[in-house]
Design a protein around this ligand. Structure first.
Ligand code: ATP
Ligand code: MG
Length: 421
């Protein structure tokens, strides 16, 4: 679990701003659900034989009433619970997005943390493949907006339960023939969740898994038509995709379309965004059956990729730095600064950090002004204040040019101070 400190936190805000603006353009609305949910929500929602439920959840007992609670390991289950509880689908489908911390007790390593952050988008109450495509287009647009290029899209279809049943029988028969190659996890899942064996990360099992029966070959007409409708929209928009028949995803709730956005720039933790359709989850959690599709991206991994690609993100600096030679003028200066901030100017007040008396020398104040990155210094000297003016000195263009501005007409010159980028 990490602290996110300035200046790094600015990159987080930068990403969040980009996401908000994009979600607005796709008409997705923000939802915020609690960090803590009843444990059975995840056990029912994600499936008992999944990595998350088997070993990654932070669960505890509520001391007051003995209720079993869990720090959310992902947000889809909570979003669905909230949608069901508030009957949000009463007047039709909803497009929602969220951002926030998730918790999984995993072995910490690059790109894998115990508190990490996801941004997710969910479209609930829509059955059409155009929603699967819309969500993929949205994610693809985000990579473009962020300047990320080395991201590829892998797709698969998990079909419907009856198609998975037929495939499952063939898969178990195949895996039984290769018992000797199965690791401990795979042996345990052979009969409980054989599909998950296909997305093993164990290199020793790769060749065997590559040759296993493909779920794709067990899909009926309707499932294939759904997949084709999704890819037709992606093709029409120039989104490059490939089919990965072994892509199954970690949660049990998926059906039909599943997808991952993957990069080779981050080592083995290369999946930056993953999602798919989950038409049975709402009913499973106790709501009236309704289809849904969504994805979640890993914020830490996306930010790491941005860093890796050498892309610049905005670093915030104040527009102006207030140089105040005499502490006695602070009440009057503060009024001017409040007026400037009210007019949209970002102003940092000089404040001496030591216990030494006074505001510090002009020289040391100008040094701090420079270091702040501000484009202007506002000099509130005693003489200036007595005349009802302030000196505005340019710090960045090398000219050192200065003007004198009236304290009684702040709004008239405030705009001059604001950066245009
Ligand atoms: P993985 O196969 O890497 O364990 P997952 O299938 O468990 O991923 P999801 O539950 O689909 O991942 O979560 C969506 C995204 O959230 C992942 O693609 C990844 O970018 C990010 N993510 C998942 N777990 C972590 C973690 N422990 N630390 C940082 N990011 C994570
Ligand atoms: Mg995982």
């Amino acid at each position: 679990m990490n602290d996110i400190l300035p200046p790094d936190s600015a990159r987080w805000e930068w990403l969040e701003d980009k996401v908000r603006s994009l979600m607005q353009r796709y008409a997705y609305r923000n939802i915020r659900t609690p960090i803590v949910e009843p444990t059975p929500l995840f056990v029912r929602g994600l499936g008992e034989v999944t990595d998350i439920v088997e070993k990654e959840m932070y669960s505890f007992e509520d001391r007051l009433n003995g209720e079993q609670l869990t720090l959310r390991p992902e947000a889809t289950a909570g979003v669905v619970r909230a949608v069901v509880e508030s009957n949000l689908l009463y007047d039709g489908g909803k497009r929602l997005y969220y951002m926030g911390p998730m918790f999984r007790h995993e072995r910490p390593q690059r790109g894998r943390y115990r508190q990490f952050h996801q941004i997710g988008a969910e479209a609930l109450g829509f059955h059409g493949p155009e929603l699967d495509a819309e969500l993929i287009l949205l994610a693809d647009a985000l990579w473009k907006e962020l300047g990320l290029q080395q991201v590829r899209l892998e797709l698969n279809s998990l079909g419907q339960p009856e198609e998975r049943r037929a495939h499952r029988a063939a898969l178990i028969a195949y895996l039984e023939q290769h018992q000797d190659l199965l690791d401990e996890d795979a042996r345990r899942r052979l009969y409980s969740n054989p599909l998950r064996i296909l997305d093993t990360k164990n290199p020793a099992m790769q060749a065997m898994v590559q040759a296993a029966p493909r779920l794709l070959d067990f899909l009926g007409e309707a499932s294939l038509a759904h997949l084709n409708a999704v890819t037709a929209i992606l093709d029409a928009n120039g989104v490059v995709w490939s089919i990965n028949p072994r892509l199954v995803r970690g949660m049990d709730y998926y059906n039909l379309t599943v997808f991952e956005f993957i990069t080779d720039q981050l080592g083995s933790q290369g999946t930056i965004c993953a999602g798919g359709r989950y038409d049975d989850l709402i009913a499973q959690i106790g709501g009236k059956a309704a289809p849904a599709v969504g994805w979640a991206l890993g914020v830490e991994r996306v930010l790491e990729l941005i860093k890796e690609a050498g892309l610049a993100t905005a670093t915030p600096v104040p527009d102006a730095y207030a140089v105040v030679p005499d502490a006695a003028s602070l009440p009057q200066v503060s009024q001017v600064l409040q007026a400037l901030r009210g007019a949209g100017v970002s102003v940092q007040l000089h404040s001496p950090s030591g216990a030494a008396e006074g505001m510090g020398s002009m020289k040391s104040q100008f040094k701090k002004a420079d270091a702040s990155g501000a484009r202007f210094a506002l000099v509130f000297g005693a003489d200036e204040l007595a005349q009802g003016v302030v000196t505005v000195k340019s710090l960045r263009d090398g000219s050192g040019a200065q003007t004198t501005q009236s304290l009684s007409a702040v709004a008239q010159w405030a705009t001059l101070l604001q950066s245009t980028d």
